[in-house]
Design a protein around this ligand. Sequence first.
Ligand code: SF4
Length: 170
Amino acid sequence: MTLPSPTLIWYYYICPREVWLMSRHLEPYQANPFIELGRLISNEAYAKERKEVIIQTPEQSGGMVIDLVKTEGAEVVVAEVKKSSRFEKSARMQLAYYLMRLKMLGIEARGELLFPKERKKVTVELTEDIKEELKIAIDEIKRIIEQDRAPKPKLIKFCKKCGYQELCWA
Ligand code: SF4
């Protein structure tokens, strides 16, 4: 089964048009200051305990780059560092998707979302409801990608931060 990349899961919960643009390998404008800030926070926060893990799964599309992996007793915990909780839903579902993909590889894990600027931590678990929601998202992403044309742009709060602004609103 071909699965979408974790990045597409994140974008799906923000904007379907962005999913389509990403799927065509149209890279967002990299000079966008918010993209840079995200990278900076991602690189600096938790630098001491950071153990970035890249998991490539050839039979599935889109490898996973996990920010932190740690063990707490017998439990495996994977964590993602985000610059703000403004798009928490996207971040939660992306992390749940990591948990689902790890489970497919035989690894049971719990997730933690870390928002260092807000000193906030959110636990993410792969519940039956979240698994069901992910299945719907995966099907919907496939449907969006198969379309010949991108979904029409819709003005949302994220547009101000989006690297595709020029493609949508110029
Ligand atoms: S600018 Fe707005 S509509 Fe266009 S891809 Fe980004 S979020 Fe979507």
